[in-house]
Design a protein around this ligand. Structure first.
Ligand code: 5GP
Length: 329
């Protein structure tokens, strides 16, 4: 039973409820479908690379839609309600960023850029400001925060892994969906179709190993994708545990609807001092944390066990990279 055919993949309902099969196609498209081709074996290479990268992330404690490989170009995945968004993280200027801001390709950004784009071929997947994502109801502010946190963390793990393989992760596009409980889960694929990967060493003409080979007729994408796969297969990805230095800004406040004695007392004090226009003040606190080695789920664990009182408080956090950490790319 076919469910959906996209430019690079076909999703079909599985016999088991809640699961789908994803077939990776040999088709390559670029520039909003203006350039199209098919290369025998491309789908299987993208599927294999994606499998290895999903398994790497899962081994580090990350939740994704990936369940298992069914055949060389087919994955079994959990069904998600996909958000109509692409989340892009960039470490060096390339592609549309380099073009839009006239930056030299390869310019190292002083911190990663996270961008949202609307998944709409007819509009050319336009970039969206966070306020547009919110105003169009594409994701709520909690989800936007979660998308940015997950993207930053996935990016750091993948960047560190590729660095071990002497590859630079230049940029990366991720897509997410919601599971039955409304949790944000990483879906789609992670392959040279969806990222820019450059060799750190060797001649300039052989640097690029990703879909730019096809976009700009720079070489055979199969050769590039195979080189990425060979590097990944020659390395024990599952045992690799990079030290991810991160900072987090954690906001803790009383649960909505619960009594907030501190907020109430401060509101009353303001009013008694004559600031009658102060209608209400909600209390809360912000903790700034710095980690020498962060891992998926660590903050949730810390909050659950120590920092937050689950019966009375709720929290949200924003991850960022420490200011002076040397970038790996
Ligand atoms: P750019 O905006 O520079 O064209 O793309 C940034 C990164 O996101 C690149 O790694 C690119 O491959 C990926 N990306 C952006 N949009 C799409 C898309 O619609 N499909 C795919 N496969 N990748 C995309």
């Amino acid at each position: 039973m076919k469910r959906y055919e996209g430019k690079a993949k076909i999703m079909e309902e599985s016999k088991e409820a809640g699961k789908l099969s994803v077939s990776f196609k040999d088709d390559l498209t670029a520039f909003n479908n203006e350039k199209k081709s098919a290369l025998v074996g491309k789908g299987a290479l993208a599927a294999k690379i994606s499998k290895i990268l999903f398994e790497f992330l899962i081994a580090k404690g990350f939740q994704t839609h990936f369940i298992q490989e069914i055949s060389p170009n087919v994955h079994e995945v959990w069904k998600l309600k996909m958000l109509p968004l692409e989340v892009i993280i960039r470490y060096k200027a390339a592609g549309s960023l380099a073009k839009r801001l006239k930056l030299t390709e390869g310019t190292l950004l002083s911190r990663p850029i996270i961008q949202f784009c609307l998944k709409d071929d007819s509009l050319g997947d336009p970039q969206l400001a966070e306020s547009e994502v919110l105003a169009l109801g594409l994701a709520n502010s909690k989800n936007i925060n979660e998308l940015k946190n997950q993207t930053l963390l996935v990016g750091e793990y993948l960047k560190a892994l590729f660095h071990e393989l002497k590859l630079d992760l230049v940029d990366l596009k991720l897509e997410f969906g919601l599971d039955d409980t409304g949790k944000i889960i990483l879906g789609d694929e992670i392959s040279p179709d969806t990222m820019r990967l450059w060799r750190q060493e060797g001649p300039e003409s052989e640097k690029k190993l990703d879909k730019d080979l096809f976009r700009f007729d720079l070489g055979d994408p199969i050769v590039g994708y195979r080189a990425v796969l060979e590097k990944l297969e020659s390395f024990d990805c599952l045992s690799f545990n990079p030290k991810i230095a991160l900072e987090a800004s954690l906001s803790i406040h009383p649960q909505a609807g619960l009594l907030d004695p501190v907020g109430k007392a401060v509101t009353q004090a303001c009013q008694q001092l004559g600031f009658g226009s102060v209608a209400s003040i909600a209390s809360g606190k912000r903790l700034l944390l710095s980690f020498s080695a962060y891992r998926f789920g660590l903050l949730e664990e810390l909050c659950g066990r120590l920092l937050v009182s689950p019966a009375a408080e709720e929290y949200e956090y924003e991850l960022s990279l420490p200011e002076r950490t040397e970038s790996l790319v």
